[in-house]
Write a protein that binds this ligand. Structure first.
Ligand code: NZQ
Ligand code: ZN
Length: 383
């Protein structure tokens, strides 16, 4: 196992009714910038619960954060927070709202151009931030990362700092009952791929991390389809929510090699063609696993056996069956696994490769050997 440092300070309040705990977490007298998305919180009772939990607090509400949160919108949130003298940020929504709020939190403690914080300037301070999660997917609720879309530059830019861990995260599975099927599928696929990218590399003498990953994957496979079939099943939603948080709260990846190539290629597809984040992952991952089947041979066999219970005698057949099973699982979650299903053809490949090159994504994967030629082969397999 490799050396690592693990740190995760986010306090999690998990379960039904936990939004009522907000006032315990936000210091009395705070002026709170409440950031949310396009309005789902007004239709599913979440906003009412937030308001009811914070009597006497001064709330400044900023709505309209888009899926794939946009830089320009967030600049307006920064301005509002500054003008209204806010000193605490409460993000209420999915990954986009939480990611966007992290950027706002850093920008409100930075004197320069906020864009600096997305282009290499280290975060040196951030306003305290808490969140109420309404979509189980990204793990943003208890990690230090944010991904911000810059439309004019056709880029997804990231921000990451230990100062950006939410102070607390409220995870009430009931808030996810109102998710449309597409977002249920997106959430399960995103959590699944986060797990795979910290697991399906090469053996690293980390049997606990392996079994932890296999546990997450098997739970997602078992519970995901149930959420589509019976959206009001609390037990299912609770398990999915906890899986998604753990898939990217840092613990799973401790001491093991990681391969974030699927995410990096996927981010370019979102920036260029506006596919949902998880839609890009469902297209790229099966293609990447097929292309990298030699490099990932040992772990693919383990994945086939332990996650999918495939025990046929021929090793190649086992690997192929596991990749097929992965693709079928994404399809069962309602997420297409081919670029062509999104109306994209081979003409997009040069554009994606040019973006990868521009962003210096030319040595991806656990061995840094996914160069542009390999990415091209992955994209060809994804058509
Ligand atoms: O905007 P509203 O009206 O709230 O609607 C949202 C949005 O349209 C809706 N939604 C959320 N909760 C709902 C709900 N609708 C009904 N009921 C509810 N309870 O769902 C739509 C999608 O929301 P979004 O926040 O965009 O989804 P998600 O949580 O999948 O976040 C995706 C973003 O996270 C980034 C992605 O790149 C993308 O920008 N990621 C962040 C990561 C991180 N911080 O660690 C890692 C991920 O790999 C990912 O890159
Ligand atoms: Zn993701």
């Amino acid at each position: 196992m490799r050396n690592f440092t693990f740190y995760n300070p986010t306090r999690i309040h998990f379960g039904e009714g936990q939004i009522a705990k907000l006032a315990r977490e936000i210091p009395a007298g705070s002026r709170v910038l409440v950031i949310h998305g396009g309005g789902s919180i007004f239709h599913n009772g979440v906003w009412e619960q937030v308001e009811a939990a914070l009597p006497g607090y001064s709330l400044s509400r900023f709505g309209g954060i888009e899926p794939n949160p946009q830089f320009d919108t967030l600049v307006r949130a920064i301005e509002q927070g500054r003008e209204e003298g806010c000193d605490f940020i409460l993000a209420v929504g999915g990954g986009s709202v939480i990611d966007g709020s992290k950027f706002v939190a850093a920008a409100l403690r930075y004197d320069g151009d906020p864009l600096d914080l997305l282009t290499g300037t280290r975060v040196q301070a951030a306003m305290p931030l808490g969140c109420v999660l309404t979509l189980a997917a990204t793990g943003s609720e208890s990690n230090p990362h944010g991904v911000i879309t810059h439309v004019a530059r056709q880029e997804k830019l990231s921000i990451s700092s230990s100062l950006l861990y939410p102070r607390f995260a409220i995870l009430d599975p009931r808030t996810t009952f109102s998710l449309p099927p597409r977002q249920i599928g997106n959430g399960v696929v995103d959590a699944f791929v986060h797990t795979v990218e910290q697991y399906l590399t090469y053996p690293a003498d980390a049997p606990l991390q392996d079994r932890y990953a296999e546990g997450l994957l098997q739970t997602l496979i078992e519970e995901g389809p149930k959420a589509l079939a019976n959206p009001q099943d609390y037990k299912v939603r609770a398990n999915l929510m906890w899986c998604a948080t753990q898939a990217l709260n840092g613990l799973l990846g401790c001491g093991v090699p990681q391969d974030w190539a699927t995410h990096m290629i996927g981010h370019e597809l979102t920036a260029l063609y506006h596919l949902d984040h998880a839609q890009t992952l469902a297209v790229v991952l099966p293609a990447l696993l097929t292309e990298r089947r030699e490099a990932k041979h040992a772990k693919l066999l383990q994945y086939a056996e332990r996650v999918w219970h495939i025990h046929s005698s021929d090793e190649d057949a086992r690997i192929e069956a596991a990749i097929d099973a992965t693709r079928e699982f994404f399809q069962r979650m309602g997420i297409p696994t081919r670029l062509s299903e999104h109306g994209l053809d081979a003409e997009v490949i040069p554009q994606v490769l040019a973006q990868l090159e521009r962003h210096r994504m030319v040595a991806l994967g656990e061995r840094h050997d996914i160069d542009l030629a390999t990415s091209e082969r992955i994209l060809l397999r994804a058509l």
